[in-house]
Design a protein around this ligand. Structure first.
Ligand SMILES: [Zn+2]
Ligand SMILES: [Zn+2]
Length: 331
């Protein structure tokens, strides 16, 4: 049963780009979908699989006299459920061709082998980080998010950096990993508009979520290092307007990016302070860095902590030793 709530109208945020804000059940708040009037009518992102999100999408489309059947293509910025959960529901109505980065595929298809690997990866990572056994249940909860707020779907065409999207000749794909390994942004050179997904968000700094490697024989990607590199790539670009997956558009992206990069160094300074009085596990550092959040938001905060440990490690400012499978860090 969907509750009665006022849905927002779609807003034309740049020529031929309509923003549709839809609710999510997550603490990040509403997510922005974008409808692009290219040669093909294209929706960027789909929203989570909830009745509220569905009603809001239908109301948003109706406010600009578009029927869902008319959507010809869907491009996913990344595989998180707030962005792709109701993809299949839209595809069933519209038959839209779906585009995404190849690394989104196993998540969107809810590939059981991959998800088993995903769980094993986090189980090992959390053990190594010193997460107490009774907290490892979070891995199952995290996994359940995918099956609760998304439905198995399919990617028809994969996209890579620098290519144009069929049916959207004005737009180019930017691979912007870090927040997620599958993260793509879109860029329209003629008026320097970027659809930034969760790569650049004004009111919150995007989390560089730790993810498993693309194949089991590899080490995990250093997601914060990657994220910073992808941010720097964008700082070098001319972007007049960055349209985010959450919250308001960003004008003045360079200043915001500089703040985000600077914030990383403040956090590494804090980590080094915390290690002054002796070695600690990532879990202990996490509790000290995020005392109010770390229990509630373990995957998010531990990603932050491990990301900053990675930064110090590549600068050789941090050492680690292993005791019974747990890593202890020291200066
Ligand atoms: Zn995301
Ligand atoms: Zn998001």
């Amino acid at each position: 049963m969907s509750k009665q709530q006022p849905f927002k109208k779609a807003v034309e945020v740049a020529p031929g780009i309509y923003q549709i804000e839809i609710p999510t059940p997550f603490s990040v708040g509403p997510v922005n979908l974008y409808l692009l009037q290219g040669e093909k009518l294209t929706l960027v992102d789909a929203g989570p699989l909830t009745e509220g999100a569905w009603s809001a999408l239908m109301a948003g489309l109706e406010s600009i006299q578009i029927r869902p059947e008319e959507i010809e293509q869907i491009v996913l910025t990344h595989h998180h459920v707030d962005h792709c959960g109701q993809l299949e529901r839209i595809r069933r109505i519209s038959g839209a061709t779906t585009f995404a980065h190849p690394l989104a595929v196993p998540y969107v298809e809810i590939d059981q082998d991959f998800l088993d690997f995903h769980d094993r990866f986090f189980y090992e990572l959390y053990r190594e980080s010193g997460v107490p056994d009774e907290k490892l249940i979070i891995i199952e909860k995290y996994h359940k998010l995918i099956t609760t707020f998304a439905e198995r779907s399919q990617i028809d065409v994969t996209l890579k950096h620098d290519q144009t999207i069929p049916g959207l000749a004005e737009w180019k794909v930017l691979y912007t990993p870090g927040h997620s390994q599958s993260h793509l942004s879109l860029y329209r050179e003629k008026d320097r508009v970027m659809i930034a997904g969760d790569h650049i968000i004004k009111r919150i700094s995007s989390n560089a979520f730790i993810e498993p490697p693309r194949d089991q024989s590899q080490a995990r990607p250093l997601t914060l290092v990657q994220y910073r590199t992808a941010l720097q790539m964008c700082a070098d670009m001319e972007i007049d307007l960055a349209l985010s997956g959450h919250g308001e558009p960003v004008v003045g992206h360079r200043e915001l990016i500089l703040q985000r990069l600077q914030k990383n160094w403040e956090r590494t300074d804090r980590l080094r302070q915390l290690l002054q009085d002796g070695e600690k596990t990532a879990y202990e550092l996490n509790a000290l860095l995020f005392p109010l959040l770390y229990e509630q938001e373990l995957p998010l905060t531990l990603s932050e902590t491990l990301g900053h440990i990675d930064l110090l490690k590549i600068l050789h400012q941090l050492e680690s030793r292993e005791v019974e499978g747990v890593l202890y860090y020291s200066l």
